[in-house]
Ligand binder design. Structure first.
Ligand SMILES: *[C@@H]1O[C@H](CO)[C@@H](O)[C@H](O)[C@H]1NC(C)=O
Ligand SMILES: *[C@@H]1O[C@H](CO)[C@@H](O)[C@H](O)[C@H]1NC(C)=O
Ligand SMILES: *[C@@H]1O[C@H](CO)[C@@H](O)[C@H](O)[C@H]1NC(C)=O
Ligand SMILES: *[C@@H]1O[C@H](CO)[C@@H](O)[C@H](O)[C@H]1NC(C)=O
Ligand SMILES: *[C@@H]1O[C@H](CO)[C@@H](O)[C@H](O)[C@H]1NC(C)=O
Length: 572
């Protein structure tokens, strides 16, 4: 029989699951560059990387900017200079808090910067100023000294348990299908691992995933292994032994890497066993042997979301399939502090990539039929009840290829970009989906209404592994009967429907509501949360606080030695 208290808690949890939501889009400001890549840096700053032709935002010398710092307090952008071309790069924050962006576009115009970006390594921060002016707030590049071993475009950057960057796959040149000599089917690391300087590790998996293998969706599991999805196949990669182990393919022929961009998230990890489950939504089930001359902007994307638990039993049980109310390609997924996943932007039909499919010259886009209304995936609910659009608004702005969305520290979502066109195209011209500079915010009702929210009053700026740490919080009494969650999050490096490094670990905690003392237990070790920057959010009854920024680990340069304690876990 339930005691009074646990009954109350059970009712509270049920109420959280059924909370009615009423979110809104607000448009404010224009970005001046197209945020092909969007990264949450601080409570006030977002970093954007783009290409550099036709952007209205200019550097002080009058040339066009291809990177910028967006100030959330003024809704304006400050141009940043870079040496190499950042277009379609990948990246992550590494263990010392530096944001690393790698690879990019080949030389576009020999008469103008930027230089060939394919071997580029760009370091940014830590930038501690609120306005982005000051030490660390510029892009540092030294292409002669610090560069990749090989040329890459469209690679994935993933922070691994030693706090360094794993760089996976990519292409060498502008292509729809990534095949043959164009494809860079290999893995390398930044910094290079001892004995591997200037070399790469060839990947049979990436070769087998041709021609839909750019921006392979990748996650660090609590075992320290890396799970990778490309095209319709999946694998576990063991970094230490350089071995690839195949896992079940995505069901029903659905393909999810670029140029058939579906989106994927590692669902929240929780004690005691940190069992990892991966969610994959959208993409396309088109046969990838059909040439571009035989596929169209009107080909339906998939409505499939699939999930698999990456334990021995989970893999035996295989993928389970859920259906979205609409088909989705190029869709972004944004992990929320509650553990729910927002699916936003993209289209119902067509593909990623520059105009290249048979009818794309008519609209200058490879996709059509924009998906204007987000979808919420409510992770904790039973299958069949998780997917909803109730309470979510429609935008009026198509956000097609080269759009992005990221959670901000205030708990709302920044939505920006869209440029499926071969260059910057203004409205009214030949592009049906012209280049989009307007910025929108998708804001939960409790933020727009100034409803009572949990507040983190103080927290350390650095935490170790397997430690008990005390925060000062206040939780509105009206929310105390609901579930309390403490979410440690990496908000990711967002590009091409890929939220690389997105991660949420629910921390064990004890709240004393009378004293406002919240004792948390930090992640047990660097496999559960690879060392690097994070955000802590407190969620009460489904309503999240603003996030506070924290460094997890000692903040030293990679590689870091194993940290914390080995715990029993259940993960491949
Ligand atoms: C847009 O943002 C600016 C700067 O924060 C603010 O002053 C202005 O009121 C906002 N406008 C709208 C329509 O929300
Ligand atoms: C995956 O795609 C390949 C072609 O790229 C196809 O031969 C194979 O049957 C597909 N596998 C599944 C399980 O759909
Ligand atoms: C693709 O090829 C098939 C088989 O030849 C043909 O039936 C179909 O009409 C083609 N579709 C397009 C859009 O070219
Ligand atoms: C689209 O137009 C470009 C430039 O005119 C041309 O090179 C390309 O072949 C066309 N593509 C298709 C699919 O017709
Ligand atoms: C962070 O580490 C990288 C890799 O060792 C190094 O290149 C970079 O300078 C470091 N950043 C800072 C701010 O020290």
């Amino acid at each position: 029989m339930l005691s009074g208290l646990s009954l109350l808690l059970a009712l509270g949890a049920a109420a959280a699951a059924q909370r009615t939501i009423q979110w809104t889009f607000v448009q404010n400001g224009t970005s001046g560059v197209i945020p092909v890549e969007l990264i949450t840096l601080s409570p006030t700053l977002m970093l954007m990387y783009d290409r550099a032709d036709g952007n209205p935002l200019l550097l002080p010398d009058g040339t066009r900017a291809w990177a910028a710092l967006w100030d959330l307090t003024t809704n304006t952008n400050t141009p940043l200079d870079t040496i190499t071309d950042t277009f379609c790069a990948g990246g992550a924050f590494i263990s010392n808090g530096t944001l690393v962006s790698v690879a990019g576009q080949p030389l576009e115009n020999p008469a103008q910067p930027p230089a060939d970006g394919r071997m580029g390594i760009r370091l940014f921060g830590p930038c501690t100023s609120a306005t982005g002016v000051g030490p660390g707030c510029t892009v540092f590049e030294d292409p002669a000294q610090i560069h990749l071993a090989v040329t890459r475009w469209y690679p994935t950057g993933l922070r691994i348990p030693d706090g360094s960057l794993m760089i996976i796959g990519g292409s060498n040149f502008n292509t729809f299908y990534n095949t043959g000599p164009l494809a860079e089917n290999s893995i390398e690391f930044f910094p290079s691992r001892p004995g591997e300087e200037g070399t790469v590790r060839p990947s049979q998996f990436l070769l087998d995933a041709e021609p839909v293998n750019m921006f392979p969706r990748s996650f660090v599991l609590p075992s320290g292994h890396v799970f990778v999805i490309a095209n319709n196949i999946t694998m576990i990669y063991d970094i230490a032994t350089n071995t690839e182990t195949r896992l079940p393919p995505i069901p029903n022929g659905v393909r999810v890497a670029n140029p058939f961009d579906g989106t994927a998230q590692l669902l929240p990890l929780s004690a005691p066993l940190y069992e990892p489950t991966v969610l994959v939504c959208g993409g396309s089930a088109t046969d990838d042997s059909r040439p571009t001359s035989n596929i169209t902007t009107q080909d339906p994307a998939t409505d499939q979301c699939s999930r698999i638990t990456l334990t021995a039993a989970g893999v035996k049980a295989g993928w389970t399939v859920e259906r979205m109310p609409e088909t989705r390609i190029l869709t972004e997924s944004v992990m929320l502090p509650t553990g729910d996943v927002l699916l936003i932007n993209g289209a119902h039909t067509g593909y990623s990539g520059y105009p290249s499919v048979s009818d794309s010259n008519l609209t200058l886009s490879n996709a059509a039929n924009p998906a204007l209304r987000p979808i919420l995936y409510r992770t904790a609910l039973p299958a069949g009840q998780r997917i909803t659009q109730n309470g979510l608004p429609s935008s009026t702005i198509p956000r097609m290829y080269h759009s992005s969305a990221s959670l901000m520290a205030n708990g709302a979502i920044m939505v920006a970009g869209s440029n499926p066109n071969p260059a910057v195209f203004a409205p009214g011209g030949p592009a049906k989906f012209p280049t989009e500079f307007r910025v929108e915010y998708l804001t939960p009702d409790f933020i727009s209404n100034n409803a009572p929210r949990p507040i983190i009053r103080s927290a350390p700026t650095q935490i170790g592994f397997n430690e008990k740490v005390t925060l000062k919080v206040s939780v509105p009494p009206s929310l105390l009967s609901g579930q309390i969650q403490v979410s440690l999050m990496d908000l990711g490096y967002v590009t091409h429907a890929q939220h690389s490094n997105s991660r949420l670990v629910f921390l064990e905690h004890t709240l004393n509501p009378l004293t406002g003392t919240l004792e948390i237990t930090t992640p047990p070790n660097n496999n559960v949360y690879p060392p690097g920057p994070a955000w802590i959010f407190v969620v009460a009854d489904g309503i999240h606080s603003e996030g506070v920024h924290v460094m997890v680990g000692d903040g030293g340069n990679p590689p870091r030695a194993a940290q914390g304690v080995a715990v029993k876990f259940n993960s491949l």
